[in-house]
Design a protein around this ligand. Structure first.
Ligand SMILES: Cc1ncc(COP(=O)(O)O)c(C=O)c1O
Length: 451
C-alpha cells in the first residue's frame, strides 16, 4: 500500500491484540527489558504508511501519536525513504568526530538559520534527546564554570543519569536510582490550569509571577546563589508532564533572569520542536525570546535516531576532545533530517498550525459536552486533553484517562497519555482535517464508552 492521508477509517478485524500480535508481545515479555513504560493497550506494528499503522493481523490504526512525536512527516514518507535509500548507497558511516563529510556542516548551517538563537550557532550531534541534553549540561558547565541547574517539576529530559537529575514528571523514573548525579533544584512549572499552590486554574500571568518570585526570592536568596547556576532548562511546552504550554510572560522573565545572572537558558525542544506546535519551534511563539542552547531530537529526522545540541557559537567554546559521539550525526540520519526540514518548511509546519487549530476546536466542543474533560490546551498538533472526575472539583481522573486510551485503541485510534490524567495528541504533521474528523468521532465514542 502507498502512503496515504485520505479519509479512510481504521479497520479492526480481529480481537486485539490478534494472534500474531499476541505472539510478539509474549516473545517480548521473555526477551526484552520490562522497564519500558508501555500503556495498558498493546499495539504491535508490522508496517506503517502516512498516518496509518498496520499490525501483523491486518488491523489498521489511525496514528495520532507518531511514535511519540517522532514521525513528523508521517510514516515512510516516500521522499524520506528516497533520501535514506540514496544515502545508504553512498556512505553509511564514517565517524564524524574523527573524519569529515558534508552532512554535518549542512545540517549545522540549517539549524543555525532556523533555531531561535541569537547570531550564528554551532551544533553538536548525538543520537537521542537524552544525549542532546547531556551535551547541553556539559556545555553549560564548561562554559560558565558553574555546576548548579534549575529544572521544573513535571519536566522530562531523558533517563541517562545527567538528564535524569533534571527529569521529574513521574516517580517511576527516579525510583531505585537514589541520589541525583547533578546538583539540580526543581521549581514549579507555570501551569495555568493547575497553580502549584492549590492545583486549581488561575491566570497565566499570576502563575508566571509566582514561579519567577519563587526562583528570585526563594532559591536565589537561600540554597541556590545565581552566580553558581550554570543553566535553567525549560520545556516551552511541557511534554511528558502533560502537554502544558508556558505563558509568554514567563518565558520572557526567565530570559531576563538568565541575562542578569550569566545563566544559560537551555530550551528543550525535543518534543515540541520541528514544526509540531505550528511554528518551527515552540519558542517561536514567544515574542522573539532566544535560547542560549537548544536540544532537539524526536521529530527532526522522521524516525531516524539523531539528537542535536545547538548553541550560540561563542558558547560552544570547548576544547578538542571535550565531547563527541561515534554515531552522532551519522550521514543517513542527517540526510533524513535535511529532507524532513525541507518538507516541514515546504508546508507541514503550516499544516500543523491549520489542522491543529481545527482539531483543537473539535476537542473544545467535546470539552463543552463532557463533564470529564477539564482542559484542552496546546498549539498546532501538540494538544493535551486533561481528564477530571468533574468540572467542579477538577480532580485528575487517571483511571478514566487510561480507560479512554484503551477504548480508542479498540476502535482503531492510537493516542497516548502523559502527565497525571492527560491524553496527548501528537499526530504526524501530515494529518488532514478529514483524518481529524475520524479521530474526533472515535475519541468521542471512547469517552462515552468509558465514563
Ligand atoms: C522534552 C524531552 N526531552 C528529552 C527527551 C529524551 O529523549 P530520548 O528518549 O530520545 O532520549 C524526551 C523524550 O520523550 C522529551 O520529551
Amino acid at each position: 500500500m502507498t502512503p496515504t492521508t485520505d479519509n479512510q477509517k481504521p479497520v479492526i478485524k480481529t480481537e486485539l491484540p490478534g494472534p500474531n500480535a499476541r505472539a510478539i508481545v509474549e516473545a517480548d515479555a521473555k526477551w526484552v527489558t520490562p522497564s519500558y513504560p508501555r500503556p495498558d493497550y498493546k499495539l504491535v506494528a508490522e508496517r506503517a504508511y502516512g498516518v496509518w499503522i498496520e499490525d501483523p493481523d491486518g488491523n489498521v490504526f489511525l496514528d495520532c501519536n507518531a511514535g511519540v512525536a517522532v514521525c513528523s512527516t508521517g510514516h515512510c514518507h516516500p521522499e524520506i525513504v528516497k533520501a535514506i535509500t540514496d544515502q545508504t548507497q553512498r556512505l553509511i558511516h564514517l565517524c564524524g568526530t574523527d573524519f569529515y563529510y558534508r552532512h554535518m556542516p549542512e545540517l549545522g548551517k540549517k539549524l543555525s538559520e532556523i533555531c531561535p538563537i541569537e547570531g550564528p550557532a554551532k551544533t553538536h550531534f548525538a543520537n537521542s534527546g537524552a544525549e542532546a541534553i547531556e551535551t547541553a549540561l556539559k556545555l553549560a558547565m564548561y562554559h560558565t564554570r558553574r555546576q548548579k541547574f534549575i529544572s521544573f517539576f513535571g519536566s522530562f529530559h531523558g533517563r541517562t543519569l545527567g538528564a535524569l537529575s533534571l527529569t521529574s514528571s513521574k516517580k517511576a523514573q527516579r525510583l531505585g536510582f537514589m541520589r541525583q548525579a547533578l546538583d539540580v533544584v526543581h521549581v514549579p512549572y507555570p501551569n495555568k490550569f493547575r497553580h502549584f499552590a492549590d492545583d486549581m486554574p488561575c491566570d497565566g500571568e499570576k502563575v508566571s509571577r509566582d514561579v519567577i518570585n519563587w526562583i528570585e526570592n526563594r532559591l536565589f536568596k537561600t540554597t541556590t546563589p545565581p552566580e553558581e547556576v550554570a543553566g535553567i532548562i525549560l520545556e516551552v511546552v511541557q511534554g511528558e508532564g502533560g502537554y502544558v504550554p508556558a505563558p509568554t510572560s514567563f518565558v520572557k522573565e526567565l530570559r531576563r533572569i538568565c541575562d542578569e545572572n550569566g545563566i544559560m537558558l537551555i530550551v528543550d525542544e525535543v518534543q515540541s520542536g520541528m514544526g509540531r506546535t505550528g511554528k518551527m519551534f515552540a519558542l517561536d511563539h514567544h515574542d522573539g525570546v532566544k535560547a542560549d542552547i537548544m536540544c532537539l531530537a524526536k521529530g527532526i529526522a522522521s524516525g531516524l535516531p539523531i539528537g542535536a545540541c545547538v548553541a550560540r557559537a561563542e558558547i560552544m567554546d570547548w576544547h578538542k576532545g571535550a565531547h563527541a559521539s561515534t554515531f552522532g550525526g551519522n550521514p543517513v540520519c542527517i540526510a533524513s533530517a535535511l529532507k524532513t526540514i525541507e518538507l516541514l518548511e515546504g508546508g507541514l509546519v503550516e499544516n500543523a498550525a491549520n489542522v491543529g487549530a481545527y482539531l483543537k476546536s473539535g476537542l473544545e466542543t467535546l470539552k463543552d459536552r463532557y463533564d470529564c474533560i477539564g482542559d484542552v490546551r496546546g498549539m498546532g498538533l501538540m494538544l493535551g486533553v486533561e481528564f477530571v472526575t468533574d468540572k467542579t472539583s477538577l480532580k485528575p481522573d487517571a483511571a478514566l484517562r487510561d480507560r479512554i486510551e484503551v477504548a480508542c485503541f479498540e476502535r482503531g485510534l492510537i493516542i497516548l497519555g502523559c502527565g497525571t490524567s492527560t491524553i496527548r495528541w501528537s499526530p504526524p504533521l501530515i494529518l488532514t482535517k478529514e483524518n481529524a474528523d475520524v479521530a474526533l468521532e472515535i475519541f468521542e465514542e471512547a469517552i462515552k464508552a468509558s465514563v
